[in-house]
Design a protein around this ligand. Sequence first.
Ligand SMILES: [Fe+2]
Ligand SMILES: [Fe+2]
Length: 245
Amino acid sequence: MAATRRVKKPCCLRTAKQDEFTVLATRSNKLKDFSAGERVFLTTLFARSKRVGKRELKIKNMDNNLYNKAKEFVLDAFAKAGLERDIVHAQSTAYFIKELKPEADETLLIAGLSHDIERAFNGDWKKGTDDPAMLKKHQNLSADEIGKFLLSAGADEKIINRVKRLVSQHEVGGDEDENILCDADCLAFLQDKALRVVTKAKEANNTKEAKRRINMVFSRIHTPKAKQIAQKWYDEAMKELSKKS
Ligand SMILES: [Fe+2]
Ligand SMILES: [Fe+2]
């Protein structure tokens, strides 16, 4: 049985070369065909792939000029900081915004890409925390960074203020679009990072902290659609956590 399952691995990798977004959308289902160790390997492989920097969001009915400039700024900043996983996370978040709200406007998508941008300049100093003061600082620092960039790019004041407002609420949500951004961020974490967090926690013998962090992210989700998408990744992470290493 196990040998039959392993035959699917090259298939998955071939698909990754053909269309990374197809993989992003279906990866978890395919990964169920692999053992826990293989899943971690594949997740890491995707996250580290240089190709992720070349992902293109297929955004219709939009003047992509400002979005593309913002994307270049965000990806470049994370690349210079050596934070390839944040490149994945930024683009996954924008991707999930489109999944949750296909008619999402440019400002919401720019906020999705840039919501954690301060990490490119300050590092992940608040890693996994649920301290409201630290989260607020992280949100505001990111809002300031993308605000400065948009100003330098000649963006309209209304656009700048809206992107900053969205980013400054991304950890907690608020109105409809703030909730969409928060949910997309949670989905990106649960899909891209949760299993890695579990693996590291098991290695460090600290599964309690991993459980707290994953539960915190899952409970932060606002919309039923996002909850439904997240459920399988949450269950998968919890199952891994409950297994003896
Ligand atoms: Fe964040
Ligand atoms: Fe994030």
